[in-house]
Design a protein around this ligand. Structure first.
Ligand code: GDP
Ligand code: MN
Ligand code: MN
Length: 253
């Protein structure tokens, strides 16, 4: 596997209504088998998943959290509005979103957009990736895998990495179970989260600030077989269960 990693450079500031697949294909002509990794920030801006803070009225809960953590209550309200379930209120809001993604501040961003605006995650990131894939097929004729990414923090380690929040044209997991290792042992556990690995590398190429590189093309990746059950079911998620038993103060009781 000798993979080419091609940053999509020279994209403008993205605005609502922009045809991202066309803008990308005009800069890096996409080929069959390519994997396009795209930052959700630009997908969300192109598709209007943004909010203006002045239009948001904070609830008593948002006011309470904002006061405690020194946040803008309108921003906190935007975060609460994106959450299906709040797991943690303090020292940061950790929430489960409708699509199963668990993340800090519900993935709401204030960077790389004008003052007073916030960027949300796409409400249905899987459908978003599928839509980008279909549009790429229209503009290029190519069958391309798509990963929509976000930069997120991790449990146990400092530092954020790119994670896949939506994908199309591939499975999230490469399943190594039942495969044999070099010594003939049958693997029982290993399911590799390939979409996160690609998202992680893409995130490295994108940068986090003014680089202006919201998309990266991976060419000549191998294909793999597996499944899409990237998220733990709540009953098998040990960490989530542990968080739910934290003493009062963390969840604002
Ligand atoms: P996130 O990880 O999806 O939350 O996005 P980031 O804010 O970290 O941005 C990822 C990359 O996309 C960085 O290189 C940004 O500079 C770039 N970026 C963000 N918005 C735009 C935009 O509207 N146009 C361009 N050309 N690049 C952008
Ligand atoms: Mn983000
Ligand atoms: Mn980022």
């Amino acid at each position: 596997m000798k993979i080419s990693v091609i940053p999509v450079e020279g994209l403008p500031l993205i605005r609502k209504g922009d045809d991202l697949p066309s803008l990308i294909h005009a800069r890096v002509p996409l080929r069959d088998g390519d994997i396009l990794s795209m930052a959700h920030t630009v997908y969300s801006k192109a598709n209007g998943h943004t909010r203006a803070l002045p239009s948001i009225t904070p609830s008593p809960r948002a006011l309470r959290i904002a006061e405690r953590d020194g946040e803008d209550p309108r921003f906190v309200q935007a975060v609460l509005d994106e959450a299906q379930e709040v797991i943690l209120e303090h020292p940061f809001i950790l929430s489960v979103m409708k699509n199963g993604h668990i993340g800090v501040r519900s993935g709401v961003d204030r960077s790389n957009i004008e003052d007073g605006m916030v960027i949300l995650l796409p409400p249905d990131p899987m459908a978003a990736a599928e839509g980008v894939r279909a549009r790429i097929r229209e503009v290029s004729g190519s069958s391309v895998g798509v990963i929509i990414t976000d930069t997120v923090g991790r449990a146990f380690r400092r530092g954020q990495t790119g994670h896949a929040i939506g994908w199309a044209g591939m499975t999230a997991i490469r399943d190594f179970r039942k495969d044999t290792d070099l010594f003939g042992h049958v693997l029982k556990i290993t399911e590799e989260a390939v979409v996160d690995e690609i998202a992680g590398f893409a995130n490295f190429v994108m940068g986090e600030s003014h680089q202006g590189t919201p998309a990266v093309v991976f060419r000549n990746c191998t294909t793999w077989k597996g499944h899409d059950q990237l998220y733990f079911r709540p009953e098998e998620d040990v960490l989530r269960k542990a968080l739910c038993t934290l003493p009062p103060g963390y969840i604002g009781r």
